[in-house]
Design a protein around this ligand. Structure first.
Ligand SMILES: [Zn+2]
Length: 240
């Protein structure tokens, strides 16, 4: 366990807290940074690997914000930087994305909510499954409209972590997932992840569920990489 996290858990309030987005003292997540997780929108446009080569539109992805600026600092701090105090922030963010997804998906049948699996080693290191916590929030938020249930249908086969891999390597990593349990033919699925970058992970999960007869209607996440615009490319290719 990282020393900072240990200290935080043992002595709690004695340690100074600072905003995970901007470092502002005495706040976990300040109002200014919080605004960056209140811009719920469809953001599949920034995830090149979600492009279906057959001309069909990419898998819809609803997120609470862009993976940039304060959000891009806060999410890694939450996942691996000892900032478990941000779980409420992240769950609230994914719930707002789920609200938008639920509104857009009104009228569909029951939804199976499927968390994108984290590596078992990461779950052990963190002491909890963060994406599963997000998925529980999504099911709660949908609140029966449409009716939803959580199923951990996809598991890791033991592939390498995605962080640090290029888009091409992530594509090869697609074989790292496998199904656990039976997919009901024709059942509608909604994927949940923390952050969507290239979309390779979502595409791999969609592929698995689709080949087993399921229908994946979309995904919700806390944040997604901003669409790379011509202007951003001109300025070095980062949407940051
Ligand atoms: Zn802040």
């Amino acid at each position: 366990m990282p020393v900072v996290r240990l200290l935080r858990e043992v002595v709690g309030v004695v340690l100074p807290v600072s905003c995970a987005g901007c470092g502002r003292p005495d706040e976990t997540w300040c109002p200014r940074c919080a605004a960056d997780l209140r811009s719920v929108a469809r953001r599949e446009g920034g995830a090149p690997r979600l492009d279906r080569m057959d001309g069909a539109p990419p898998l819809p992805v609803w997120t609470a914000g862009r993976y940039a600026g304060p959000v891009r600092r806060a999410v890694p701090a939450w996942k691996d930087g000892g900032r478990a105090d941000l779980t409420g922030v992240m769950v609230a963010a994914v719930r707002s994305a789920a609200r938008a997804a639920g509104a857009d998906l009104q009228g569909v049948g029951p939804l199976t909510v499927v968390p994108v699996p984290s590596r078992p080693s990461a779950v052990r290191r963190r002491g909890t499954d963060l994406v599963q916590a997000l998925a529980r929030g999504v099911v709660e938020e949908l609140g029966g409209a449409p009716s939803a249930r959580l199923r951990r249908l996809v598991v890791r086969r033991g592939g390498r972590d995605q962080a640090g891999l290029g888009a091409r390597a992530r594509g090869r990593n697609a074989g790292a997932f496998e199904l656990r349990g039976r997919v009901d033919p024709g059942a509608c699925h909604l994927l949940v992840d923390d952050v969507v970058t290239t979309g390779a992970t979502l595409a791999a999960c969609e592929d698995l569920l689709g080949r087993a007869g399921g229908v994946v209607l979309g995904a919700v996440a806390v944040a997604a990489t901003p669409e790379i615009t011509r202007a951003a490319l001109h300025h070095g290719g980062k949407g940051d």
